[in-house]
Design a protein around this ligand. Sequence first.
Ligand code: EPZ
Length: 417
Amino acid sequence: MDKLVIEGGRTLNGEIAVSGSKNAALPILFASILLDSPCTFSNVPDLRDIHTTLKLLHLLGVPCTYENHTVRSEPGELIPEAPYDLVRTMRASVLCLGPLLARIGLARVALPGGCAIGARPVDQHLKGLELMGAHFDLEGGNILGSCEKLTGARIVFDMVTVGGTENLLMAAVLADGETILENAACEPEIVDLANFLVACGADISGQGTSVIRVRGVPSLSGTSYAVMPDRIEAGTFLAAAGITGGRLLVKNCPYDELKAVIAKLEEMGMSITHHPGGVLAECGQLGLSGTEVETRPYPGFPTDMQAQIMALMTVAKGASVVEERIFENRFMHVLELMRMGARIKVSGHTAMVHGVPTLTGAPVMASDLRASASLVLAGLAARGTTEVRRIYHLDRGYECIENKLNAVGACIRRAEQ
Ligand code: EPZ
């Protein structure tokens, strides 16, 4: 297992490029199950979760190759079995459920179980698919789904769910008749998935709003599609400029999709401007000051940037408040930040942060992907050496993070733990 060793206190300066979006690429790759001809996906980030997905697709009968950020998929004979050994390492595996039912009316997918950030049930995925005519049983920890042919339905989600919306969207594109998804997630990654499906021949409207209409088509064919840039990686880089008092030009930065994050970083004293070559992020003359953040479904402030903005708050002047409204247990980074000298008090879904003049380097443990990113940010700003352990979480979602940050002035090395 690897760790990152960070020598803190260096100002970041220069250009840094954003990779393709993990959370857009995952559902888009699972959508290859729906296709009856080869497909090419470009700008696919080189990440552990992507390779897990390709392994799973292979097992499901969709052979894929990966080279130079490009995936090529071939249609094959589908095998409706997603085994626990893969599903437990990546919850997004449940996204094969909708496409398998749509294509062959059969799916046996291990139930994902809990994870570090909360229980994360999939009841909304199952409820929606049942309304479309699927039946489910639970057997030996597996969801067994079957149906004759999925039929269009009106599905009203009880809460906004990104994965639920994606699974139902993929199920609906080949169903008989019209499906209406209400209280659907509006995340840019949903729009990217819908745009991909449309490029393959699907009939979808309303993506990016809370009501998505899908008229089923008989078949979908492969295309060439470039995955959108990763807005969370981009947001993490903007935050890195802020916490190190630096200046970064973030290239391929999805500016419009980051408005809620940019507004908060500006409130904290950063200057962020959109240029043709990228988004320029600078820490203002007066340094950072505290703010209040509440995580919400898009277009609200993303839960996937909550840990990173909290790292900034730990060294911002005055008090800050973070309310986590999406996941029930997403403050695992707090105790680790406190080991570095942060002053944070958690009460239920709320964290109160009192900025300190500096953090001090310490050995810390990453508990999930975004918690790891917040510890890396804290390490960049801290006096002395920080060791971020269990870095495999970070490798699930950030491509070559230490190389990218070192190229703009950080001092990070990967070592064996
Ligand atoms: C996606 O997870 C992302 N993952 C997460 O990214 C992200 O944090 C999350 O959306 C919220 O934006 C991928 O895209 C692969 P949800 P997902 O269904 O789809 C509850 C990262 O760090 N819920 O929108 O699993 C659920 O428990 C990650 O990259 C139900 O109760 O999230 C949660 O509290 C981690 N029943 C809330 O809804 C359901 O059937 C939102 O979950 C489904 C969800």
